[in-house]
Design a binder for this molecule. Structure first.
Ligand code: ADP
Ligand code: MG
Length: 505
């Protein structure tokens, strides 16, 4: 009997041990899996590191590449395109001018009434989606459509269509153009889903001009510009200390005011003002100092334009969400903390940057927004809170790197034009701020205006790189609709009624 009792007791103990071992084993395995997921995050953090020292190297690289791009055609990944815009609106412009903004899925036509003072500024805007069939059809159909919208706007205003006074138009055309004068340029290629083959190689403003004439519109294309130039123009109209413009939206680009004698690749370029706006096409900037991860490499390799637009792929709205998606996918492959690998996670661009921003900025204690987005948009249900926290951290790392690199890019421009304070006289141990001029950078794009964390990280980095003494003189000012309004303002400041100020000797 005693033997039987002992046997049962031993049996129970063995079973208890086995269960305990199973539980411990499962815990150890779970912990190990969790460790692997945390390892993915750690690795990401390390490879996205943007110490202030590193950012300063990016600043220097940007300034060096700007010099190289100005020295010779093809001398740098930065194209540093001449715009022939040799003066910027000052606020004293008068008259009625038109703007036309073509560069994406929507296009806008607008009219501005300028009263000679900044405050006397009035505008009327009409926006329309471009019917997809016109994006791939014949140029005649697209331009007919655009001209009709302009005609409609003219008819709506007091400005008589039959008025003998020629109306002047600023045309923002945000596709790669080889500019030949302030009001003409040749289309190099279409992007963003446009494919009107009979337009490539043609003079863009000329095609519009012919259409306007055909429609009987007494209107002249006074300027043909890129959207960043419009942003700079609008910024300068409101604040004369504006020297550069940056757009961080779907893509990213910047332009700035340069002295003509610094544009070495165009010898003999003379303007009355002594300067000209240069369109950097900075989305294509690249420096080995930029912190690059395996996710960036994969994203680039799978993109339709590998080895192109390297800066843009780390910074802009088109890509940030997709970098985050790639990291989460990797985490889910490393362990089943995220459950089985969800096929929706493998779909390129399944996570847009606005959703990434919404997860990043979810301040609810249970991260309910994160849970909802993961469930609804990526089909990952029931992720535990600690895993949701990890997702937020991934968004933070990716957005922070992007914002800090953008800040370094901006300081690179300031350095190139001597506005980064490095030329300031030092008094004792601190820099004298009496020599530092107020410097304004016009900025546009939803990433900056809508994504608060991005904006805050950008500002923080700007202060870290420049130091407080200098940073207090650098102001980022948001402009709204520079690409439309700015173009109309440039039509005013480059009006044919004034003399042609650009000469090529
Ligand atoms: P575009 O550059 O096309 O002229 P925007 O400046 O509005 O237009 O930028 C659009 C880009 O900004 C999109 O790629 C989108 O992913 C991103 N975006 C829009 N809203 C937000 C937001 N709230 N947070 C983060 N990114 C956003
Ligand atoms: Mg835009």
């Amino acid at each position: 009997m005693a033997k039987v009792v002992l046997g049962v007791a031993v049996g129970v103990a063995v079973a208890a041990c086995a269960v305990a071992a199973l539980v411990v084993g499962r815990r150890v395995r779970t912990r190990r899996k969790w460790k692997r997921v945390v390892g993915v995050l750690k690795e990401l953090e390390e490879s996205c590191e943007t110490t202030v020292g590193r950012l300063r190297q990016v600043v220097d690289a940007m300034a060096v590449e700007m010099h190289a791009g100005l020295a010779s055609e093809g001398g740098s990944k930065l194209k540093m395109l001449l715009t022939f815009v040799d003066n910027l609106p000052s606020g004293s412009e008068k008259g009625t001018f038109y703007g036309l903004d073509l560069g994406g899925t929507n296009f806008r036509v607008l009219r501005v009434e300028l009263g000679g003072q900044r405050s006397s500024f009035d505008r009327d805007v009409a926006q329309q989606a471009i019917p997809p069939r016109l994006m791939t059809g014949r140029s005649e159909d697209l331009f007919d459509f655009i001209a009709s919208s302009l005609q409609h706007l003219v008819e709506k205003g007091n400005d008589s269509e039959q008025s003998p006074i020629i109306k002047e138009l600023g045309f923002t055309f945000s596709f790669p153009v080889k500019q030949t004068s302030v009001s003409s340029g040749i289309l190099i290629k279409w992007t963003k889903g446009f494919a009107i083959t009979d337009m490539v190689g043609k003079e863009v403003a000329g095609v519009l001009q012919q259409t306007l004439a055909r429609k009987g519109l007494n209107m002249q294309v006074a300027v043909l510009v890129n959207n960043t130039v419009g942003t700079l123009a609008l910024g300068h109209y409101h604040d004369a200390d504006t020297v550069a413009a940056v757009i961080i939206g779907t893509g990213t680009n910047a332009c700035y005011w340069e002295r003509t004698d610094a544009i070495i690749k165009c010898q003999g370029l003379l303007t009355t003002s002594g300067g000209m706006v240069v369109n950097m096409e900075w989305g294509n900037f690249w420096s080995s100092h930029m912190p690059r991860t395996s996710y960036d490499i994969e994203l680039d390799a799978e993109s339709p334009n590998p080895n192109d637009q390297g800066f843009e792929k780390m910074i802009s709205g088109m890509y940030l969400g997709d970098i985050v998606r790639r990291v989460i996918l990797r985490m889910s492959q490393e362990s089943d903390v995220f459950g089985p690998v969800f096929s929706s996670l493998s779909v390129p661009f399944a996570l847009g940057t606005p959703l990434m921003a919404a997860m990043h900025e979810d301040d609810s204690p249970e991260l309910t927004k994160v849970a909802r987005i993961l469930k609804d948009d990526l089909k990952i249900p029931d992720l535990p809170l600690k895993a949701r926290k990890l997702v937020v951290k991934v968004c933070d790392v990716v957005a922070r790197r992007a914002a800090r690199l953008a800040a370094a890019g901006i300081v690179g421009i300031l350095k190139k034009i001597g506005r980064d304070g490095s030329g300031c006289i030092r008094v004792g141990r601190t820099r004298s701020d009496t020599k530092m001029r107020r410097t304004v950078v016009a900025i546009e794009g939803s990433l900056y205006t809508q994504y608060t964390m991005f904006r805050e990280y950008l500002h923080e980095a700007l202060h870290e790189i420049l130091g407080e003494d200098i940073a207090q003189h650098v102001i980022l000012k948001v402009t709204e609709d520079g690409s439309g309004t700015g173009a109309a303002l440039l039509a005013a400041s480059h009006s044919s009624k004034s003399v042609d100020n650009v000469q090529l000797l």
